[in-house]
Each structure stands twice: as C-alpha cells, then as structure tokens.
Design a protein around this ligand. Structure first.
Ligand SMILES: Nc1nc2c(ncn2[C@@H]2O[C@H](COP(=O)(O)OP(=O)(O)OP(=O)(O)O)[C@@H](O)[C@H]2O)c(=O)[nH]1
Ligand SMILES: [Mg+2]
Length: 451
C-alpha cells in the first residue's frame, strides 16, 4: 500500500567497485545531512539539488567510508519526492553500515518497485510507462529495446489518449443531445455514432494486429537445426555462434540432447537448437533424442533442414524433405567444400554452405532474417503490448460491440452511453488513469527492489 514513509534501497549490487543507495521521501534531506558530511564542511550545508558532493559517510559510531551524494528536490526527481542517491566503495560491510545508519534515522526498506510506484502516483509517469521500465530489465535484443523506449517516452500512451479523447467526444455529443434533444444535435444520429464507434474499434484492432510481431521482437525466433546424422548440424551451430558450443565428431549420432545457442541478427534475437540427427537406431538414449528433435522441429518458427551434399545417395534427404513440406523450412546443403563441381544450386528455399570453411554463412544469416522478420510489420507504429494491456484493449472492443448492439436493438441513447462509458473506463485503466491497489500491486510486483 502507498504510504508517505521515507524509503531506502540499494540500486546496485553491494559487491563491486562502487555501490549505490537511493532514498526517497520527505525525510530525505534531513537523513542525508545526518549520514553524509561533504568534504568542504560548512556548519549548515545547503545541498544544491542535482549537484554531486564528495564527502564522508558517518554513523553515530563515526566514519564509515568516503563517497559521493546527490540530492534531488521533488518534484524534479525520479519519484517526484525529495530523493538522494549515494555511491561508496562496494563492499558488503560498508553497504551494511551505511544502510543501517540510514534506517536508524527513521527510514524503512522499500518494497519491490516502490520508487516507480511513487513516480506513477505522483503523476511523473503513467502506467504504460511504468510497465515499460519493468520491461527494460527483461529485454534481450536491440529492436525490442527500441520499442520499450517508445513506450517509455509515451508514444503508446499518446495513442491511447487519442483514442480516449475521440471516445469522450462521442460520449459528450450524446450527453449534449440527451440534455437538449430539441436542438437536434448531430450526435443524436445513431448512424453517425455507429460509424464513430466502428472507427475507434478499427484503430484498436490495428494496434492488436501487431501484437504477434511484438511477441517475436520481444522473445525472438526459435530455429531448429534438423537433418540426418552427421550432416553437420552441430558444426553449423558452432559456426553461427562463433564458438565451440556443441561436440562435433565424425561418428553418426553424436548429439543426443538439445543444445541451444542464441545470436542477434540486425537487433533481433534468434535461438538455435542443435538436435539429434535422424536415423533408424536401436540405441535407447538416441531414440529419446530423436523424439525430442522431432517435437522441437514441429514447434520451431523455422527449420533449417541440413543435408550433407557430399553424399552420393540423397534419397533419405529427399524423403525427409517431403515430410517437412508443411513446415516453414530452409534447406541448407552443407559440406559444399567437399564437392568438386557445384553448380549454383541456391534458390529461395535452398542454400549451399560449408560449416567447415564458413562459405555461405552471410547468405544464410540474411536468409534466416528475411524468412522470419520479412513477414513482420516493423515500423514505428508497433507498440509493445503486454497481457494486461491486451486484455483491456479487448474489453474496450467488447464494450464498443455492446454499444453497437444496443443501437441496433433500438434502445435509447442513454443506454448506449452506458456501454461507451464502460469502454472509456477500460481505456483509462490501460494508462492507469483509473487504477486499484490490486492492479498496482500486480504491475509493480514484477519490479526488482530498488526500482
Ligand atoms: N568437409 C566438411 N566437413 C564437415 C562440414 N560440416 C561438418 N563436417 C564434418 O562432419 C562431421 C559431422 O559433423 P557434426 O557437426 O557433428 O554433424 P551433426 O549433424 O551434428 O551430427 P550428429 O550429431 O551425429 O547428428 C564432422 O566430422 C565434421 O567435422 C563441412 O562443411 N565440410
Ligand atoms: Mg550433432
């Protein structure tokens, strides 16, 4: 629950060259003056906001450590309240002594996400921006990070606010008509209202349409290395990762378990899965590996079907490829270095490579990117939408559907406006204009302590 206590938390690990602590709340300045003595000590030092001071950290037992302190005067701070941040030598002992000295001055330890929650409650940010801050910590690739920053800077909030304003316009029109029906205000025209509601629904549906792209951008793609034993799947994984990750031997059936590695291609995350090769075997462990490989291949976003092009007999490969028809796949003809004459056999679904020499890997990476990201809408209009936001957007559409139904069934406009108000409230919940303790607890519980 939100209180006005002054709170403290570490903002870095307590074991490193430098550690940091943040304090926020009414007592901040008073506490800072108790635990920190600037180098050029004056009788009653006035901490100028946002200025870095060098000095000594002290407790009632005397000197603890030397470091720096910055005071932020609210509302010009992260939380909107008076805050300070201090940095000192990062040892567990010094960290403990300093934080104890702060707590002894009447400050309590912050809950997870409490600083950001205060920032939200003090209207420094809305709920979409708060969620973007949480998302920064889960983001593992550049493209997702740039979308997170779009949300953080308020691009998504602006879009939701615009939709909300349009809906408010429709509702106020209806209310004006209900108040003064004799004026025959245009809003009394149910046809016009239906059209306006439908156009709002379209905007929301377009936002949701991009959600699949968001998921790929956020979580990356899963690529399965699939093929007969000894075709070079593990060698391809190692070549892609540029490290010696998987065991490679010329013994067929080397890989049993699934081995994973990730790379970033143009800012998008790709997770590759090297797996057991296909063959008929009586080995129990290998059989399990093959079963796992088949399952992984079927659930991946793209299959790299690896074949050994140096083999005279390609029958097994051709049989296996037939089975892949219904899955998105790219045939990778490996070991092209062993073939004396290779005609240009590259096509939109086939590529010649050599995991030994690295030939064809630039094209392979390019191809993987175009076969995956190629289908996505990747412009700035994409918003990173989480489950909470998605469910409110769907509820908004549903309430708007109900309002259309109400109009169709010939009910009066005050009934229509009830549905429209419901839709409006869902939109307000998305940005946090309306929120309950319960919603906030859920949102901020995803944060780490200190944020
Ligand atoms: N000349 C040549 N040899 C390769 C190439 N790629 C892999 N090899 C060799 O082929 C053999 C099998 O390679 P792996 O990468 O272990 O093949 P795999 O598909 O993972 O094999 P399994 O795990 O048994 O299914 C090894 O001796 C590799 O050195 C290549 O492009 N050219
Ligand atoms: Mg292998």
């Amino acid at each position: 629950m939100f209180t006005s206590d002054t709170i403290v938390s570490f903002i870095t690990s307590c074991n490193g060259p430098v550690s940091g602590i943040r304090v926020s709340g009414d007592k901040s300045l008073e506490v800072l003056k108790k635990i920190f003595v600037p180098e050029y000590k004056k009788k009653d030092i006035k901490f100028i906001a946002r200025k870095v001071y060098l000095g000594d950290f002290v407790s009632e037992n005397g000197f603890i450590d030397q470091g720096t302190a910055v005071f932020f005067k609210g509302p010009a701070s992260y939380t909107g309240e008076d805050c300070f941040e201090i940095f000192f030598h990062g040892t567990p002992l010094i960290s403990r002594l300093i934080v104890n000295s702060i707590i002894l001055n009447g400050v309590r330890v912050a809950d997870a996400g409490e600083f950001t929650r205060r920032s939200f409650l003090n209207s420094k940010i809305d709920l979409l921006q708060a969620e973007a801050i949480s998302e920064i910590y889960q983001t593992r690739n550049e493209k997702a990070l740039s979308l997170v920053y779009n949300n953080l800077k308020g691009t998504f909030s602006k879009e939701i606010n615009e939709i909300r304003d349009t809906l408010v316009g429709v509702i106020s029109g209806i209310e004006a008509y209900l108040d003064f029906p004799e004026d025959e205000v245009e809003a009394g025209n149910t046809k016009t209202i239906s059209l306006e509601v439908k156009s709002i629904q379209k905007i929301i549906r377009d936002i949701l349409k991009n959600r699949e792209s968001c998921d790929y951008i956020r979580n990356g793609y899963r690529i399965a290395l699939f093929g007969m034993v000894n075709s070079g799947k593990s060698s391809i994984l190692n070549q892609l990762l540029k490290e010696d990750r998987a065991i490679i031997t010329n013994i067929p059936g080397t890989t049993r378990d699934i081995i994973e590695g990730e790379i970033s291609i143009k800012g998008i995350l790709y997770r590759f899965f090297d797996m057991a090769g296909m063959r008929l075997t009586s080995d129990t462990i290998e059989k399990i590996g093959i079963k796992k490989a088949l399952k992984m291949a079927k659930t991946s976003d793209l299959i790299l079907f690896v074949t050994d092009i140096s083999l005279e007999d390609q029958e097994l490969n051709l049989k296996l490829e037939k089975k892949l028809k219904k899955y998105k796949h790219l045939t990778v003809k490996n070991k092209c270095d062993l073939k004396k004459s290779v005609e240009n056999e590259n096509s939109s679904t086939e590529l010649l490579i050599s995991a030994k020499t690295g030939v064809g890997f630039d094209e392979l990476v390019e191809k993987i990117y175009s076969l995956t990201v190629g289908d996505l809408k990747m412009d700035d209009e994409i918003f990173l939408i989480n489950e909470r936001q998605k469910s409110h957007l769907l509820q908004t559409i549903e309430s708007l559907d109900l309002s259309l139904e109400t109009i169709k069934n010939g009910y009066t406009l005050d009934c229509v406006s009830v549905d429209l108000y419901d839709a409006l409230n869902y939109l307000k919940e998305i940005i946090g204009e309306i929120s309950t303790e319960d919603i906030l607890d859920r949102v901020f519980s995803t944060f780490c302590i200190g944020k």
